[in-house]
Structures are given as C-alpha cells and as structure tokens.
Design a binder for this molecule. Structure first.
Ligand code: MG
Length: 452
C-alpha cells in the first residue's frame, strides 16, 4: 500500500500512476486551496515588482513554488471571471457575462458543473469562504453548487446603501448580507474585520479533522473598494490604505500556509494565489497597479486580464520557478481534476487545459490561443506572442459583425507587454490569421441566456 510519502514520487513520475493511485484511494489525494483576490493588479505584489507594498508571505510562496508571468483571467470584471474559474469555460457559455447586482435575479445555472461539484463527486470535502458573486439568491449560493460550506458576502462590498441609487428601479441596496451556508447571519458587517473573519473560517477547513482531502476556495473581498484594513494593519503600509489592505491579505496567506504546515499536509497541498481582474484605475490611490501592463479592470488590455498567479506544492512544483507559460483561470478546472484523479464532466465543452505538467516543471507550456471577452463582446485574441485587438458584436446571442471602427491593432505581448507599438501594418499575414481565429471562435460560440 502506498503511503503519502511514497505517493508523491509516484505523482511526479507518471500521470497514469497518479490517477491510478488516486482512484484506488491508496493514499490521501492532494488538498487544493485556491485563493482569489479581488481587483488586485499585476504590479501589486512585492514579487511582481511593487516597490512599497510588502508581501513577504506571497514572495516566499513564489520563491518556494512557481510564479507565472503570463496568466490570464477570462474576463476583466468580477462575475464572469469567477464563473470561468469555477466552470473552466468562457463566461459566454454560462451566460454569466456581466456583473451581478443586489437586484439581480440570475446566477450560475444548474446546468453548469463547478469544480467543487466535480471534486465533491469524487469524495472531496469542499468549502468556500469570501466573495461569491455568482448569484445571491439561495438557489445560486455555493452550498447549492458543490460546496459543503460557505461563509462570506454574495457580491461586491461596494453594493451597499451608501452606494446610492442602483439600476433596475431599486433606490438603494440593502446593507451587505454576510452569509453562512445559505442563511444571512448579519447585515452590514464591519468590513475592517472581514479579512480576519474569512481567514479564521478558512483555517477551520484546513484544521478540520477528517480523512478526506479538501478543496478550499478562498475569495477575498479586497482590495476591491471601499477599502478596509484590520486594526493591526491600518496605517502601516508605505503605500497607504491600499497597501494596508494588500498587506493584510498577505498576512492571511501566511496564516493559511502556516496552518497547512501544522497539519502535516504541506507536501500534500496545492495552494494557488491569483486575482479575478486587474486594478480599478479610476479609483486612483484606492485602486491598484497593473505594473508595466496597459490599463486595468474593465478593459481587454493586458492590465485588465493578466494577473499575478503563484502556485506552491512542495515536492511536486519545483521551488523558485518563474514560468512564462501562457495560462488562464479556466485551466484550473482540468488541472485540479487531474491532480485529484477526478474525471472531467461529460458532454460539456471545457475551455481550459490541464497544466499539471507545467506545474511539475516538466513542460514550458505550449502555444495557446486565448480569447479576450468583455461582457458580450469578443474583443481580442492572443496566439503565441501575438495579440490582435478588434471587436465582434453579438446580437440576440449570435455574432453579427466584426467591428472595425478603428483598424485592428496588433501587438507582440512578449516583446511589448505594455502594448505600446502597433505592428499590424508590418504583419498583414498575422492580422489575417488572428482575424480568422476571432471569427471562427465567434461563430462557434453559442451564447447561453444572459444571467442578469
Ligand atoms: Mg474584481
């Protein structure tokens, strides 16, 4: 019988051995912890070059694991980004293309299979802490979509009475609901304690006494505005309040890693840290930084969708690696299934790719094609180093026309990550090829009914 110690080399040696061992239940399968920040920019962590925000725990996590430099969210705003992460599919497929509000009646459809449902079906304990944003009505909450437990806010922390009149004829939003399971347990919780309370709940899952592996999805409310930092962090960062908030999230990551270590599961736990979309630049000093990348949240420039992404799994992921593999949040669905020995759902189009070979340090990644959606518009495509901006409008769920209000622009985002130099005129063949890819993707993408 394999012990956990002998299981890990088997995992590194052969994917077949991994799946076989996992499926036989011969050893405990890896725990998976997915930490997702909100509106954290590509340039907001020390290990991604920020000069004054101090993130020693995330920096250490990167030094002990793998840091990705070309990892993308599948949308530049909250709801569709999270839909893509949990379903492994472009948001257009689930209809979750736009941000949901407190008056929204829609949410994640039952026809979607979440990664939590897939892992739970193979025996994982599944827990979610933090911001959900895939529907606030009970039938859409995490505990109805694969999670055994939930504690957090169902939508963004600025959707509260002081936000002023909302759309949909709603004069003001109700005070923020803090939810446990599918019940509202508080209204208008003290936001300066949210990160601390979320962290305490996350540690309960990590420290819980059980024999099965766990999947913990820990989605922070911050650094989405309005910003609140705990008493121990307020007024501490040279970067000001935004820095205080990010440094508290870094503290929380340290608590998670420490708890995993204390449970003896350090070499049996994959921990990922990333963010749902780029920084909210119009919020000025209360918004983050995309570093050298152009623009931020809400745009399909690199700053809106390329995110910091750090992965740590001692014994599986080689320490100190920086990977330029082209990856995205939809890749986690098949990657987690592979590591868990779980089958992929049948009859469903997945848009992600299993990246476990990259995580294991055995592959540099392959040339990928990635589509940049913004709401219901398909705006750009990247293949290899080349990124073409244009837009395809959709009407009634069907593609209509390629919008060429401005001529398409082409950037080599490897040599020009800031997207400063349009090289379309010098590369007509590449423009032609990428335009064809956009049109093919548009034509093949059936849009699901929009969730509003
Ligand atoms: Mg966000």
């Amino acid at each position: 019988m394999l012990t956990r110690r002998s299981f890990l080399p088997a995992l590194a040696a052969s994917t077949a051995a991994l799946r076989g061992a996992a499926l036989r239940g011969a050893a405990r399968r890896p725990n998976i912890v997915m930490i997702y920040a909100d509106d954290l920019g590509y340039g907001d962590l020390g290990c991604y070059g920020h000069p004054t925000i101090r993130t020693p725990n995330l920096d250490r996590m990167a030094a002990e694991g793998m840091k990705f430099t070309e990892w993308y969210s599948a949308a530049p705003v909250c709801t569709p980004s999270r839909a893509a992460l949990l379903t492994g599919r472009y948001p257009v497929r689930s209809g979750l293309t736009r941000v949901l509000f407190p008056y929204s009646e829609g949410g994640i459809p039952n026809s979607e299979v979440t990664i939590a449902e897939q892992l739970k079906s193979t025996g994982y304990h599944t827990a979610m802490v933090g911001k959900w944003h895939l529907g606030h009505l009970p039938k859409y909450l995490p505990t109805h979509h694969g999670f055994d437990s939930y504690f957090g806010l169902p939508y963004s922390n600025d959707m509260m009475p002081t936000a002023g009149p909302g759309a949909g004829g709603v004069a003001k939003y109700d005070p923020l609901p803090l939810i446990s399971g599918d019940q509202v347990i508080e209204r208008g919780p003290d936001q300066s304690r949210l990160t601390e309370r979320y962290t305490a709940e996350a540690l309960k899952t990590i420290r819980g006494s059980r024999t099965q592996p766990y999947f913990l999805y820990f989605a922070h409310t911050f650094p989405h505005v309005p910003l609140y930092a705990g008493a121990k962090f307020r007024g501490r960062s040279p970067r000001g309040l935004y820095g205080d908030v990010v440094e508290e999230i870094d503290w929380s990551v340290g608590q998670v890693l420490q708890a995993i270590r204390e449970t003896g599961q350090e070499r049996n736990t994959l921990v990922i840290f990333s963010s749902d979309n780029g920084p909210w630049l119009p919020r000025k000093e209360n918004g983050g930084s995309a570093g050298l990348l152009k623009e931020g949240k809400g745009t399909t420039w690199e700053g809106g969708m390329r995110e910091p992404c750090i992965a740590r799994f001692p014994g599986f992921i080689p320490a100190g690696r920086v990977s330029a593999a082209h990856g995205n949040m939809m890749d986690f669905f098949p990657t987690f299934c592979h590591l868990a020995g779980a089958a992929l759902p049948k009859g469903i189009t997945l848009d992600g790719t299993d990246m476990s070979e990259v995580l294991a340090g055995r592959s540099e990644g392959v040339e990928r094609t990635f589509y940049y959606w913004s709401g219901d518009d398909l705006r750009a495509v990247r293949k290899g180093p080349w990124k073409l901006h244009t837009a395809i409008n959709f009407s009634e769920g069907q593609p209509t026309a390629v919008r060429k209000l401005e001529k398409p622009s082409l950037f080599n985002v490897r040599t020009d990550p800031s997207e400063r130099f349009d090289v379309a005129e010098a590369n007509p063949e590449i423009v032609h090829e990428l335009l064809a890819l956009l049109e093919q993707h548009a034509a093949s993408t059936m849009q699901a009914p929009k969730q509003k």
